[in-house]
Ligand binder design. Sequence first.
Ligand SMILES: C[S@@+](CC[C@H](N)C(=O)[O-])C[C@H]1O[C@@H](n2cnc3c(N)ncnc32)[C@H](O)[C@@H]1O
Length: 193
Amino acid sequence: MNAYLKAFGQEKKIPIISDEGLSFLLKEIKQHQVKSVLEIGTAIGYSAIMMSDYVDSIITLEKDETMVELANKHILKSNLESKIKVVHTDAILYKPKGLFDLIFIDGPKAQYEKYFNYFSPYLSNKGIIICDNLNFHHLDKNKVSKGTKRLIEKLESFKLFLMNQEAFETKFTDEGDGMSLTRRKDAIFNNHL
Ligand SMILES: C[S@@+](CC[C@H](N)C(=O)[O-])C[C@H]1O[C@@H](n2cnc3c(N)ncnc32)[C@H](O)[C@@H]1O
């Protein structure tokens, strides 16, 4: 199923997490003993299905109806409907009811800062926030369309925003398409006691 999903995404040109990005994500899930996940951007359900072996529950938000249908089909086929809940919504309209050990931001790139501000209060004390595609395919912003250039600049300013957070510490990696991992500073401090 997983190889099928990856091939399906690639064939239909639906952006899904890269192999390297997925390895990073799963490594951090194991290291931080993540049990509950909130994902922004489901697409065909690939990353949610890949995470499901390591966690207890995943809520994943998707705006596009066709994607929701495809993701639900794949989740059902994998017998994961009790573990993965797809919510058909614009992410910013979703009101979480609890806290999450991992918030995985993989939706529209221009909205990352908005999502960080909106969802970070729902992070559990030792939880982590991971964002994907921060290098945006390593495109040279002087050789792309105006729209893409704006998007790259938004991602650059999002990285600065992350670096300047008083309550959070972020590390960046070039793995995958460029990813960030953010934790609360006070949780990090307590870890070292
Ligand atoms: C990069 S894809 C997600 C890939 C998926 N996480 C994976 O790796 O398998 C981003 C998804 O975000 C969805 N999306 C775009 N705008 C959204 C919004 N405002 N709220 C929720 N989802 C949105 C898109 O339809 C798209 O399916």
